[in-house]
Design a protein around this ligand. Structure first.
Ligand code: ADP
Ligand code: MG
Length: 340
């Protein structure tokens, strides 16, 4: 059977003086997908993206884009566009000049340039700002210029490295939606690097969660949330993260295993009638609901989610209960034991 994936990485590794960069990265990305490379700082997200772009060449493995082996090809031969955290705009050029810079270099005819510029400015909501210099724009507008520049390039594959991390929370939310809509409308394939699980979960069709240079799990946001392959994934995905309970603290489980439990599956029990007795650490009011952080000697991350405003005194005892069907079981190495 032929493998028709649009982008393929096969056992790719990159090391610096023997030091870990990324190790054994294998991925298949379908055309038109929005893929998020997610993980904590230093886990190898940017390195993976730079290997895809040709800014780095792997020590091992192969990379294919659109059926071509590009493992050793320079960036210009990979037929892709890139958007970085630093907008990388020319400060002395106008918005319009920045957007069409690449087209000019490639000697695209003037009429075609004008039409592509108009469409890219329209899509990114920058019409009317074409004569401004980057210094005369807000952070969100500058990021849109960088996006417009990637759009006019007209590539089927676009790589983005933390493009929103310089924006404030509200703007980040707005531009996040813009990027997602753009990707859908244009039908392009996006590989998007972020350390923000909310961003990855809300934008991506497929999330690649990394740690220490290695892939921990690949799947839909729903897969990672409801079927974490290990305790790292369980704790990284979700707000609040999954609580982890020492098996020894629960009747019917052994001390060698770890039990995972999501906040939405925890209920308050009558005093003395619960499966665990916890104590209130703090209450976090979020408007529509309140998160109540709980402490217990054999558990971490236990959180109760209650609707509306709830105030409880720190130290107050609360008995909690939950169903076995909602528990995630992990072995002594933190690997998932549940088969479903
Ligand atoms: P992330 O983007 O997930 O924060 P990076 O891919 O930038 O992580 O880095 C992964 C690892 O590779 C880190 O340990 C980092 O220090 C190392 N690394 C990245 N680039 C270089 C480089 N040019 N030289 C040496 N080490 C590097
Ligand atoms: Mg990075």
């Amino acid at each position: 059977m032929t493998d028709t994936a649009f982008v393929k990485l096969n056992a790719v590794a990159k090391r610096w003086n023997g030091q870990l960069g990324v190790e054994d990265i294998s991925l298949r990305i379908e055309e038109g997908a929005f893929v998020a490379l997610l993980g904590p700082s230093g886990c190898g997200k940017s390195t993976t993206l730079r290997l895809l772009s040709g800014l780095e060449i792997p020590d091992e493995g192969q990379i294919h884009i659109a059926g071509t082996d590009v493992t050793h090809s320079p960036p210009a031969e990979r037929d892709l566009s890139m958007v970085f955290q630093s907008y990388a705009l020319f400060p002395h050029l106008s918005v319009a000049e920045n957007v069409i810079f690449g087209l000019k270099v490639r000697r695209v005819p003037k009429a075609e340039r004008a039409e592509k510029l108009r469409r890219a400015l329209e899509i990114t909501g920058l019409l009317g700002l074409e004569h401004r210099k980057p210094a005369e724009l807000s952070g969100g507008q500058r990021q849109r210029v960088a996006l417009a520049r990637a759009i006019v390039a007209g590539k089927r594959l676009c790589l983005m490295d933390e493009p929103l991390s310089n924006l404030d929370a509200k703007l980040r939310n707005a531009v996040r939606k813009d990027i997602k809509k753009l990707q859908r409308d244009l039908g392009i394939t996006v590989v998007y690097v972020t350390h923000d699980q909310t961003e990855a979960m809300s934008m991506a069709d497929m999330v690649v969660l990394m740690k220490d240079g290695r892939i921990q799990q690949v799947g839909t946001p729903q897969d990672l949330y409801s079927r974490p392959e290990n305790t790292f994934v369980a704790e990284f995905i979700g707000a609040p993260p999954m609580a982890l309970i020492d098996g020894a603290a629960l009747d019917g489980f052994s001390s060698g295993e770890t039990i995972g439990l999501r906040a939405e599956h925890i209920a308050i029990a009558d005093a003395g009638a619960g499966r665990m007795t916890c104590h209130v650490a703090e209450c976090e009011f979020l408007g529509s609901e309140t998160f109540i952080g709980l402490t217990h000697d054999g558990a971490k991350g236990l959180t109760l989610k209650l609707p509306g405003l709830v105030q409880k005194a720190a130290g107050e005892a609360i008995d909690i209960t939950f169903n076995d069907a909602d528990l995630h079981r992990f072995d002594g190495d933190g690997q998932r034991l549940n088969t479903t």
